[in-house]
Design a protein around this ligand. Structure first.
Ligand code: CA
Length: 515
């Protein structure tokens, strides 16, 4: 069947000739996003072709499969996780909406019942399913508040942990995903568990990345009716590694750890902003081991896709929900910051004959992913009104139409709002907002009294490791210009900082903002 496929320029669709019947065949989409996989941990950045556009040194990681994949993809080096935290990322990726509209404002857990994917929000999978796709979700969902709905123990959470983080997602909340092999959040890489389409729990006692890749391969082969034969498919594969834990050989595969076991800190830590006296410093070996573990399994998936002859009409994305600071900037928090190690994410997209291999400077926000993929799948007309991101497919596709590409992206950090008498978090505190332009990064953080807590400004061109915070008081013109850009992005996002005029109300050491 594959050799009878013809590509139509401009449309994103291929024709499949089936006997006398010729019908439009939308491309398949595979979306792979390991958790906490930082952009710096990709081996190919050390190669001349790629290193010229970044200005920083790649981590000393072995990722041969992703290196090869990059050679067939558009490699976006300015992709950012708008709110670089597990659950808010997932809400934005799935809906193309900002957290305040899709419901996922904070990391989902039992004490934050309000932070959960709105059942009525139209997800990318809802749109694809409505247009004939078979949709499958494998791995970590972490976009739902845990509920007392354990299929094996009705009326109880899925575990007896307090507070509960893990969750079971019942069929009515799966947003068009007809194949399900997923869980909420759970951090034992060699002891994962999943609930399948029927709500049956599986405890496979093996490395989660390997197990999930096996399930993804079953989905591709469609051995057990995982998807509708002949229909295009959308497969999401959400690995948990290289997310923590990364403290011991129990947290990764021995064969991968071998590559990094004997490296000392001067070899493991190539970024001059890393502080290897932090207690976290030994984690790099295990983190990199999981990076290589993800690479191997991703390669196995791509090999199978090719063996099945499905690679030519399949869009494949490799990205992550956020990065990992790994001892940079003196923080132990791996994410939820504007530092480039947390905010910048990998984004490799392969679509044979439609996307040319290159490094690509397009600035991508999390909300842009859904409309861009729907458009590439030939469903531009089906992008829901609720989507707040941009369709950037013209900028990425060969012979794409003209489109405005963003000159800056928004950064969002929220903390818990007040707690009620039951100890449950009610609402959010919008702790920081920031903006990244083609040259600068700026973040403004506030106290709970809505006073300025900190202003960060980095010149990412001259200072790619963000080691020198440019004084906002001594560089008023630059600061005003960045505040102007932040104001634009806040308005575009209809953000709480825009609606409540938080930026305007702040006092910056007597500096008036040029608005
Ligand atoms: Ca995460």
């Amino acid at each position: 069947m594959d050799k009878k496929k013809y590509l139509i320029p401009f449309s994103g669709l291929a024709l499949l000739a089936c006997g006398n019947e010729v019908r439009e065949q939308h491309p398949n989409i595979i979306y792979v996003f390991p958790d906490q996989f930082r952009n710096q941990s990709l081996g190919f950045w050390a190669e001349d072709e790629y290193s010229d556009c970044i200005g920083w040194q790649a981590d000393p990681v072995r990722t041969p499969n992703l290196d090869r994949f990059a050679g067939e993809s558009a490699v976006l080096y300015r992709a950012f996780s708008t709110c670089p935290l597990s659950s808010p990322y997932r809400g934005m990726f799935l809906t193309g909406m900002y957290p305040e509209r899709n419901g996922v404002t904070l990391n989902c857990m039992a004490e934050r019942p309000e932070s959960t994917l709105n059942p009525d929000a139209v997800c990318i999978s809802d749109v694809l399913a409505a247009n004939g796709y078979s949709c499958g979700y494998i791995g970590k969902l972490h976009a739902e508040t845990p509920m007392k709905n354990d299929p094996a123990n009705p009326g109880h959470y899925v575990s007896d942990r307090t507070p509960e983080w893990d969750a079971y997602t019942p069929p009515e909340r799966r947003h068009g995903f007809s194949y399900w092999y997923s869980y909420g959040t759970f951090d034992e890489h060699k002891n994962p568990h999943y609930w399948d389409t029927e709500g049956i729990r599986h405890d496979p006692h093996e490395y989660s990345v390997r197990h999930e890749t096996d399930k993804a391969i079953e989905f591709l082969r469609n051995e057990n009716g995982e998807r509708e034969e002949g229909a295009p498919f959308f497969l999401v594969l959400a690995y948990n590694p290289p997310h923590s834990p990364y403290e011991s050989p129990d947290d990764c595969m021995e064969e991968d750890l071998e590559l990094y076991r004997d490296m000392d800190y001067s070899e493991l830590y190539v970024r001059p902003n890393a502080d290897t006296t932090l207690t976290k410093a030994p984690s790099a070996r295990y983190y990199f081991a999981n990076v290589t573990g993800v690479d191997r399994e991703f390669g196995r998936l791509m090999d199978e896709l090719e063996r099945l002859g499905l690679d030519r009409n399949t869009i494949v994305v490799f990205t992550s929900d956020h990065g990992e600071t790994m001892c940079s900037h003196g923080t132990l928090d791996p994410k939820n910051s504007i530092y480039t190690e947390s905010f910048n994410v990998p984004f490799l997209i392969r679509f044979p004959d439609r996307i040319r291999h290159r490094t690509d400077p397009t600035m991508l926000s999390t909300t842009d992913i859904m409309p861009t993929l729907l458009s590439m799948a030939g469903l531009e007309e089906k992008i829901p009104e609720t989507v707040e991101g941009r369709d950037l497919s013209p900028a990425l596709l060969e012979n794409g139409k003209e489109c405005d590409v963003p000159d800056a992206v928004l950064y969002i950090r929220n903390y818990d709002g007040e707690r009620d008498e039951d100890g449950l978090v009610r609402g959010i505190f919008p702790a920081a907002r920031g903006v990244k332009t083609d040259r600068y990064t700026m973040e403004i953080a506030i106290t709970r009294n809505y006073e300025v807590e900190r202003v960060l400004i980095f010149d990412d061109l001259e200072d790619p490791y963000q080691m020198n915070n440019i004084s906002h008081t001594e560089n008023q013109e630059l600061f005003s210009s960045l505040c102007g850009k932040l104001g634009e992005k806040l308005e575009e996002a209809n953000d709480i900082w825009y609606r409540e005029k938080i930026l305007e109300r702040l006092s910056f050491d007597n500096i008036g903002l040029a608005r």
